[in-house]
Design a protein around this ligand. Sequence first.
Ligand code: 9D3
Length: 234
Amino acid sequence: MRIDIITIFPGMFAPVLNESIIKRAKSKGKVKINLYDLRDYTLDKHRKVDDRPFGGGSGMVMRPEPIFRAVEKIKSQSHKVRKQKIVLLCPQGERLTQKTAKRLAKNKHLILICGRYEGIDERVRQHLVSEEISIGDYVLTGGELPAMVLVDCLVRLIPGVLGDKNSLNFESFEGNLLEYPQYTRPAVFKRLRVPEILLSGDHKKIESWRKKEALKRTKQKRPDLLNERGVSNG
Ligand code: 9D3
């Protein structure tokens, strides 16, 4: 998978992309991530990426030319490769869910555009972008953190990135159940005991205890997940 990221803050990404699973996926050749500094695609001497909105109003708008030029550059570097999908991270986008991530993970080449300022020239949306994604209903200062969230979410879905096959199968939010309670050693800590059943070695009983606990916890903390699953919430 190839992911190209267009941003005015490329420096924000290194700490996230160069650690942990993403770092390993890159060095294993499972993903190639390129950063494009939007200012490099401006033509004026001040390298202006934004301007005042036509019609007046407060706030600045991202100019279309640098974004179109950056995308053209990326396309020229990868012409005969498979079709790219251009994703804009913006507050009015479709909410990112695990389902959205799985769908996007099917693409071999994604171009992510990180929004900034109050908005982006509508022509970018209409003639360049094929998908708009938001990570939730709260106000951030730009699309950079959302782009990193999306990359993290996508990279772990690439086959061979996670060592353990099971870690993808039995996942929270897939079965729409929260995780069951987990414990590790020691069995007694500050006089607090691990549930006896987990020490019993009876795997059938352990499995049914975990299912029951997962359901109980989901009812308590995220009843909305059970509704989506079509399970009664009584
Ligand atoms: C005037 C209305 N505001 C929208 C709620 C303007 C506005 C606020 C924040 C425009 C851009 C931004 C910057 N945020 C993003 O670009 C963004 C974002 C977010 O703020 N929350 C969740 N997901 C995303 S994806 C991109």
